[in-house]
Design a protein around this ligand. Structure first.
Ligand code: V4E
Length: 210
């Protein structure tokens, strides 16, 4: 995969009533408040998501998240690690590779189908850099239009060598925020599919994707 595509190391949490106070205590600043719609796409046989490959359109831009190693899973214990692609040409090639077809000039010719669409309202906090690690930590507090709230602590790194220290940092921040859970916390997609697409949800559970 792409050598310079960023790797997102992330841990989700259930946002309790205290979390914003804890964020401010840690010196976090509200960087942005935004609202966006995500539309997710897959082939009719669900080949992308069954391989843990996530193609979406967010605010008119295509984005792809896929595991670092082909055939592996992004969920690792309670955290996730995905490579992110934002370049449309690279996304088209990665998607067609997964589908086993030649790389076309546009995504439309792959005849993908939308399987999920929802709107998220997000409050994005930026934590101050500390002396020990140089990781820039972002905390998102999300609320969806289907009434589901989730938080995410995330660090973007450029190389696989940095993943381990990013994981330690993400865990450390979750502990300091009082949101460290020993089991993985369901995200927006998992909750959306469970409520709206039972069959798809079941297949992803069986494939150990969710
Ligand atoms: C990777 C993934 C999906 C795509 C959405 O990614 P995610 O980081 O979960 O959500 P979002 O929209 O907040 O992304 P951001 O704005 O930070 O780019 S949907 C499902 N997955 C896989 C997955 C998984 N198996 N387990 C967990 C805990 N999360 C995600």
């Amino acid at each position: 995969s792409h050598p310079s595509a960023p790797i997102e190391v992330e841990r989700k949490f259930v946002p309790g009533p205290e979390v914003e106070d804890h964020l401010l205590t840690l010196g976090a600043v509200l960087q942005d408040e935004m609202k966006f719609q995500d539309s997710y796409y897959d082939s009719p046989d669900l080949r992308l998501t069954l391989a843990d490959v996530w193609l979406r359109k967010r605010a008119d831009s295509w984005e792809l998240k896929h595991p670092l190693v082909r055939g592996a899973r992004g969920l690792n214990g309670t955290s996730t690690q995905y490579q992110e692609l934002n370049n449309e040409a690279e996304i088209i090639c990665r998607v067609s590779e997964e589908l086993g077809v030649p790389c076309p000039h546009n995504l439309e010719s792959l005849q993908l189908e939308e399987f999920a669409r929802f709107v998220t309202t997000r409050r994005k906090f930026l934590l101050p850099l500390d002396d020990n690690s140089n990781h820039k930590v972002v905390v998102d507090l999300d609320m969806t239009d289907f009434g589901f709230a989730v938080g995410e602590v995330e660090v973007l790194v450029q190389t696989k060598e940095e993943v381990q220290s990013a994981l330690v940092k993400v865990d450390d921040i979750c502990k300091k925020l009082g949101v460290f859970s020993i089991s993985p916390v369901p995200g927006k997609m998992s909750t959306f599919l469970k409520r709206n697409r039972e069959e798809h949800y079941r297949k992803l559970l069986e494939a150990h994707v969710l």
